[in-house]
Ligand binder design. Structure first.
Ligand code: 5BU
Length: 474
């Protein structure tokens, strides 16, 4: 072993890029080892050592026209290597912009050129694959990835299955071996880490299909769901063959009821904003519920709760709307923290009610960040009986196939309104972005014939869903 590798292993240990003890992973599993290579940006000598080793060892013999770091941790390393080797760099956007036309890859390139991937840590290989897929979509060839650490949990095999070969500076075993030899960790710790890594192999890309919500039918997902109302909604969709949610943004109760009378058979869910109805009254609610029973759809009040728990509890149960009495489910922001979910779960008098938590919005320039989205999903995991799914725009928001992705901002053509709403097409939101239930408002409500338009949407949406679960996308 070259001494530079030992030097790097010790440096990573000393800057706490690798830690041993008892940690909790994002998915709530205990782990005896923890990597956070993000800290290396604070240590220029470590950055320099890593890029030199990648250059002198991992990149040797590979052919490439471009370098592309997997966002974010590998970006500065890719930059150093780009400058060092005078190789142009490409950058992949981590977040797809919510509207259709925005480029995913920044930089100048032509189809057919080769791109080498740079990544810090590989576990299952899925982050590398996300970047590879976007580059390949642009016609670039991607055959190799260079990695700082391979955790040996199945990632290199998964990537090889997808024609990406990896070269890593360390495998987990070599890193552990150096740290034991240099007296930094005990044999006992090394044993525990190896055992943990063996027991927690990442699912192989083949097995993963059986748990991939993009490929599972609503019938199957109903079985996998632990939330009673999600189960019910999955079953309604499967039975009625519709994943259309109508957003009835009308201001008179009669116009809402008349519209639902006409389109009730085409929808799985109706979404209301009760506070815009000028003549709201208890009789409206009674008739709405009758229609829901007759046509077999659920009622979602898009209340977007966003206050402290106590106030939310009052807004949910009291006032003139008494939402808890009639809505099967509601939408809520996660912004105030868990209190809002506590309030909504304790306000149902034992009757199963659901919440769709906002993890993203469809409007241009909204302030939700990837970190906020992730924190919302983590918060929801503590309330599995309450949270039915997320209002969001991207499939990466969550993986659990028992949860439902509700996506607004949909029309037959991609466009925008003049107040910041962004519309994507059924194909885009279902096939690429992972939408399960699709919210359509003005696309139907403002059309000359809402009844025939609802049928057109229902059929277009269902066609995309069946194509998605058939797995024949590319
Ligand atoms: P539209 O007419 O299809 O634009 O109506 C969309 C509905 O979905 C409308 O009631 C919005 O309040 C709701 N909505 C949205 O458009 N975007 C979002 O991110 C969220 C809700 Br959350």
């Amino acid at each position: 072993m070259y001494p530079e590798f030992e030097d790097l292993a010790l440096k990573l240990f000393h800057v706490d890029a690798v830690k041993f003890g008892e940690f909790m992973t994002k998915s709530g599993i205990k782990t005896p080892v923890y990597f956070d290579l993000r800290v290396i940006v604070s240590y220029p000598d470590v950055m320099e050592l890593i890029s030199n080793l990648l250059h002198n060892f991992a990149m040797k013999g590979l052919e490439y026209d471009h370098l592309c770091g997997v966002p974010y941790t590998a970006l500065p390393i890719a930059t150093l290597l780009s400058v060092q080797t005078k190789t142009p760099m490409l950058m992949r956007r981590k977040e797809a912009k919510s509207y259709g036309t925005k480029k995913m890859i920044e930089g100048h390139y032509s189809a057919g050129q080769k791109c080498l991937i740079i990544e810090d840590v590989v576990t299952s290989g899925s982050s590398v694959m996300e970047t590879v897929k976007d580059l390949r979509k642009e016609g670039l060839k991607v055959n190799d990835a260079i990695i700082i650490l391979d955790r040996e949990q199945g990632g290199s095999q998964n990537l090889a299955n997808n024609n990406v070969q990896i070269k890593s500076l360390f495998t987990m075993s070599t890193l552990i071996e150096i740290l034991v030899r240099k007296g930094k960790i005990s044999e006992n710790i090394a044993f525990k880490v190896k055992q943990y890594l063996n027991d927690t192999k990442a699912p192989s890309s083949d097995n993963k299909k059986s748990n991939n919500r993009m490929l599972l039918t609503f019938e199957k997902r109903s079985e996998l769901s632990s939330n009673p109302l999600s189960k019910q909604l999955f079953n309604i969709m499967a039975t009625k063959k519709t994943n259309l949610c109508l957003s009835v943004d009308l201001t008179s109760s009669t116009s809402i009821l008349n519209l639902l009378e006409k389109v009730g058979e085409h929808i799985c869910l109706v979404k209301t904003h009760v506070d815009i109805i000028e003549d709201f009254n208890p009789d409206f609610v009674a008739q709405l519920k009758q229609l829901a029973d007759r046509f077999n759809f659920l009622i979602l009040e898009d209340r977007k709760f966003a206050d402290i728990g106590n106030t939310v509890s009052l807004q949910y149960q009291k006032g003139m709307f008494k939402i808890a009495d009639w809505a099967d489910c509601v939408t809520s922001h996660s912004l105030p923290g868990e209190g809002v979910l506590k309030a909504l779960s304790s306000s149902c008098n034992g009757v199963a009610k659901g919440v769709f938590l906002l993890a993203e919005m469809s409007s241009e320039g909204n302030l939700i960040t990837p970190e906020y989205r992730e924190a919302s999903v983590n918060m929801a995991a503590k309330y599995p009986n309450l949270v039915m799914g997320f209002v969001c725009q991207n499939k990466d928001t969550f993986n659990n196939p028992g949860l439902i992705q509700l996506t607004p901002g949909v029309q037959l053509e991609s466009s925008k309104d003049d107040m910041g709403q962004i519309y994507n097409t059924p194909e885009k939101v279902i096939l690429e972005n992972g939408a399960d239930v699709i919210v359509v408002g003005r696309g139907i409500v403002a059309s000359k014939s809402p009844e025939s338009q609802a049928l057109i949407y229902k059929e277009a949406l269902w066609k995309c869903y069946t194509k998605r679960v058939s797995g024949k996308l590319e």
